[in-house]
Design a binder for this molecule. Structure first.
Ligand code: MG
Ligand code: MG
Ligand code: MG
Length: 303
């Protein structure tokens, strides 16, 4: 059976496209793999797949007995529940080092860049494997998404160079226009409050506490009506009640380049203090990255 190239739970564009692009790379090296995802594409990803005529990876929830390459994560909490019954062959990631481990030596490509697809682009260069034009378009979108059009503090020179090279292969000249089309698709709030919270949601273990953090990146925070905000708050209460210390939803305004948070927590004031928010409604200018600006201060507070 072929090895699975598998992204994280609640897949985003980077994790879905990474499963496709890393599979292209491994196949180019003669490794038998198939792309997989732990869920259906969210609206932004559906737009990207359609725009570049790419096929969504097969949805896989159980990996018992399979060989695995992880893309875009290395945290157990983001892996399938039976991950420990699989054999880990490799990791490509750009997050903090997680808590997965392996029984045998494995291939790791982990770099502090803005997007897993930047690393996968560099791997293609290193192994001299070609990237088809449509796949390059998808990889470009993953970089635009993860770096929020190069505006996120996670963005590096390597991301910009990879995006430029991929745009050339894909025949795309206006990156801003493509990015805005994508973010319009992403700003779709036509879903249940629960689906909105879990669209891009990650659980973290912080000093034995389970802290769940979702993020919605929107073209404007005005899109969130008072009624929707009330519904999201009520649903966060339920999400917290499912065994979590805190359930947090970061609402990010990609045009104004900042965020505000909705939360339900056993220690609301500590969460707000960690994030530098003077009150629940405070707008946090410049806060765009969960991995760099939200998770580390919380981890520091709740270690
Ligand atoms: Mg991701
Ligand atoms: Mg990513
Ligand atoms: Mg993201």
């Amino acid at each position: 059976m072929s090895a699975l190239v598998l992204g994280h739970k609640n897949p985003d564009t980077d994790s879905i496209i990474s499963a496709l692009s890393a599979a292209n790379l491994y196949r180019g090296r003669g490794i038998d793999v198939s792309s997989a995802a732990q869920g259906e594409p969210a609206p932004e990803t559906a737009f990207v797949l359609e725009r570049f005529k790419l096929t969504a990876p097969e949805v896989v929830k159980s990996v018992s007995g399979r060989e695995l390459y992880l893309v875009d994560y290395s945290d157990l909490a983001q892996a399938p529940d039976d991950f420990k019954e699989a054999k880990l062959l490799g990791i490509v990631d750009h997050h903090k080092l997680g808590d997965v481990t392996s029984d045998a030596p494995l291939e790791c490509w982990i770099q502090p860049v803005g997007c897993s697809n930047t690393i996968i682009y560099l791997m293609h260069k290193y192994y001299k494997v070609d990237i088809p034009a449509n796949l390059a378009g998808g990889m470009l979108c993953a970089i635009l998404s993860d770096t929020v059009l190069f505006k996120s503090p996670t963005c590096t020179q390597a991301d910009k160079e990879a995006a430029e090279a991929l745009a050339k292969i894909a025949g795309i000249s206006d990156l801003n226009a493509l990015g805005m089309e994508m973010f319009k698709a992403k700003s779709n709030l036509d879903a249940s409050p629960r689906d909105l919270i879990f669209r891009d949601f990650k659980d973290f273990d912080m000093g034995g506490r389970k802290i769940g953090i979702g993020q919605l990146e929107l073209i404007s925070l005005d899109m969130v009506s008072p009624k929707l905000e009330q519904e999201l708050n009520a649903e966060l209460g339920k999400v917290k009640g499912e065994g979590r210390h805190s359930a947090i939803l970061v609402l990010t305004d990609i045009m104004k380049e900042g965020s505000r948070v909705l939360l339900c927590s056993d220690d609301e004031s500590a969460v707000l203090k960690a994030l530098g928010a003077s009150s629940k409604d405070a707008f946090l200018p410049g806060v765009m990255s969960r991995k760099k600006q939200v998770v580390p201060p919380l981890q520091q507070t709740f270690k």
